[in-house]
Design a protein. Structure first.
Length: 391
């Protein structure tokens, strides 16, 4: 088949799930449907996404008119429901077991050694909401200088510190120490720096978050594309999730609007290869905080931004909109949810209205992009390129 695409733009709406997977109950996520449950409470105004066919895969009302894009949904074949697992699977790695979690906190000997190496005490060491734990322990942290350590249902070791008490570079160094202890030592998927500012009762997390993730366990699409001397531009937390592997240019962002601005900027200067964007506010600002109204408004803001991005696509562009897991803000849980993710694919050479059905793995996306770029076959996934390409 003749090469129809020379550039792919993949936008991951972090946590925008579209309904529980068959095994959701095994993860405590039965009934989760991030977009559908939000739509039951707040009518969503998403004209651009609807025009592409989002209403065919998300429960936001009856489909209206012909879909302008190819649409479907993807199931997660890997065990787990965290961002690293989801992104790795999109790019061709399927994990047979999840990263370890520590719902009761990390082993005392690990915390003691971490405290010794960083030269500070430790507060917390429990599973908690990030915003709640800084409100709870922030005053003690500011008084003592001890670091706030916490985890969640995901495989994460999170370190929160006030920027006036622990300078951000020092917090990053502390995360590197933790990465050696719990990442390399225990197989924890990510260590996350969670800096904040403000006074007790008014703490606010800053955009200086940084993720220290384990490197991918196998070869990814990013590795292949970079090896083919094509650009791989990572926007948002993509670089962190892949530990920098397979990335030629990394751009960190402070908000989803900034992420869309940076995506547009890169589309103006990078005319081939892969632009890979993660919009994390859906998850970090709204999903984890059970902020239904905020989540709905962010979906609508993205829809408006998408309406201005679509006309700028080149004739040989492939645009993919998807997600990495769910995080239903209408449930009691503030953690990720085991859900299907949307698959919306558009471009001048994409057949409108194609039903891609339910894909058995996120890796189908990576396999499709591998065929787009002619970089060989990945270990997992089935390409849908022939299904969507105009002849």
């Amino acid at each position: 088949m003749a090469r129809s695409f020379t550039r792919a733009i993949v936008i991951v709406l972090d946590s925008v799930g579209v309904g529980e997977l068959p095994d959701a109950s095994s993860y405590g996520d039965q009934g989760s449907n991030t977009v559908g449950n939000i739509a039951k409470r707040i009518p969503l105004k998403l004209p651009t996404l609807r025009s592409l066919g989002f209403d065919r895969v998300a429960a936001i009302g009856a489909p209206a008119g012909e879909a302008r894009a190819a649409t479907g949904r993807m199931a997660e074949a890997s065990a787990g429901k965290d961002s690293v697992t989801g992104h790795w699977e999109m790019m061709g790695i399927v994990l047979d077991r999840p990263f370890p979690t520590f719902p009761d906190g990390f082993p005392p000997e690990i915390i003691a050694e971490f405290s010794r190496q960083v030269g500070r005490g430790v507060l917390g060491n429990k599973a908690a909401s990030g915003t709640e734990i800084i409100e709870e322990l922030g005053p003690d942290h500011m008084r003592t200088g001890a670091l706030i350590v916490y985890t969640s249902a995901d495989s994460v070791f999170q370190i929160a510190a006030h920027e006036a008490i622990v300078p951000v570079p020092e917090l990053y160094r502390d995360c590197e120490i933790a990465y050696t202890l719990v990442g390399e030592g225990l197989g924890v998927g990510r260590v996350i720096a969670r800096p904040f500012v403000g006074a007790p009762g008014h703490f606010t997390r800053t955009p200086n978050r940084r993720d220290f993730a384990l490197p991918p366990t196998g070869e990814t699409l990013l590795d292949r594309v970079k090896a083919a001397s094509l650009p791989v531009v990572a926007i948002g937390k993509i670089e962190d999730l892949f530990a920098g592997r397979g990335v030629t240019d990394a751009i960190h962002t402070v908000s989803d609007d900034d992420g869309m601005d940076r995506t547009r900027q890169q589309m103006n200067v990078v005319d081939r290869g892969l632009i890979f964007t993660n919009l994390v506010d859906f998850d970090a600002q709204y999903g984890h905080r059970n902020d239904v109204e905020g989540y709905a408004r962010n979906l609508e803001r993205f829809d408006a931004r998408l309406s201005t991005l679509l006309p700028t696509l080149h004739a040989d562009d492939l645009l993919v909109i998807t997600a990495d897991h769910g995080n239903d803000p209408t449930t009691r849980s503030t953690d990720h949810a085991r859900e299907y993710v949307p698959l919306i694919v558009t471009g001048a050479h994409v057949r409108a209205g194609v039903d891609l059905g339910t894909r058995r793995t996120f890796a189908d996306l990576g396999q499709t992009l591998a065929e787009v770029f002619g970089v060989g076959t990945l270990a997992h996934g089935t390409s849908f390129l022939r299904d969507i390409t105009r002849t």
